[in-house]
Write a protein that binds this ligand. Sequence first.
Ligand SMILES: [Fe+2]
Length: 388
Amino acid sequence: MDISQGFLFPPLPIEIVFGYGAIERLPVKLKEQHVTKPLVVTDRGLKEAGLLDEVTAIICKSDMPFAAFADVPQDSSTTSITSALELLEAEGCDGVIGLGGGSALDTAKAVAFRKTNTSDISTYIGLNKLENPPLPIFAIPTTAGTGSEVSYWAVFTDDTTRVKVSVGGYWVFPKVAICDPMMTLTLPAHLTAATGMDALTHAIESYTNDSYQPISDILAYRAIELIGEYLRPAVTNGKDRRARYGMMLGSMLAGIAMNPTRLGIAHALAMPLGSWDLKIPHGIANGILLPHVMEFNMVANLQRFVKVAEALGEQTQGMGMRAAAERSVTAVRQLLTDIGLTTGLGDYGLTEAKVLSVVEEAMKSGNIAANTRQAAKEDVTAICLATL
Ligand SMILES: [Fe+2]
């Protein structure tokens, strides 16, 4: 951070209701926002797991009508956003509840802003391009990873180009985030691992990139500590209520931290890796990329990476700066092994031939500009190839 530039921390116009049992507050929060009939946006897996029924039962108890769209795909897309919007209009809903991981939450955000912003979707790609405020958005995460419940971004695939795009800005914030760790108790181990690594990547990229600042630092550093402490037990014993609480808190803090700072090379690459026919899950892509990106970035700010190592519980006393910074990479590699994420991106369909187009697309990302070490196309290509 250049101290002569000062810093800006955006307002956080979200009411965060956090803790076991927070979900019971949903009807009150809907009424406070003058919603009379919400649309619940979720995916089939959560419907089959009974979480949709749990949430709609709570809405029913307050005699409020609702509609439900349970067809969000693994990656939210313009097609599913349009289908959900048609249902919202047919049912006369006046608020949108996202229930799920990043895809469900981002679909809910997009449905809410598409209702009031009707130009071609490409008009709104980028930051602060929306013309009108959306319907009230309520976010109920069922994973501890995306941070979408507190972020002002909605990420989805544009089905005409098959590329992941982002719409961001103040109006994309949910009105209420209901963070109830109970909603994550049944999340399978492999999804806990992948989404948890997404959260850790948010925290580390926010903490070490070029836009770090005092307020996001506090949030991101605490997020690294929490995820370092609780991701292993959350993966190895999903019913560990303390671990689920710690992960949901860490993921949420990292989500707030990344709003003003943006991220780095891992997220720049994760977007195209989740596009086209590759569709590599976002958390997997970030988790596998993270130690490679840290290794590349470390020399640009050794001190920051020493702090990351310490936040992850590494002993660095008496070590030289370089060796201490390297402990941050070792710690992330050990974490990946411990949570069973030991594969390369080649196992998910990435080939040398595909790396070129992935890197081409990644270089357009604002996350490349935010990265702490200037990265040329050759550098990003080398990082990507190292993950195969
Ligand atoms: Fe992410």
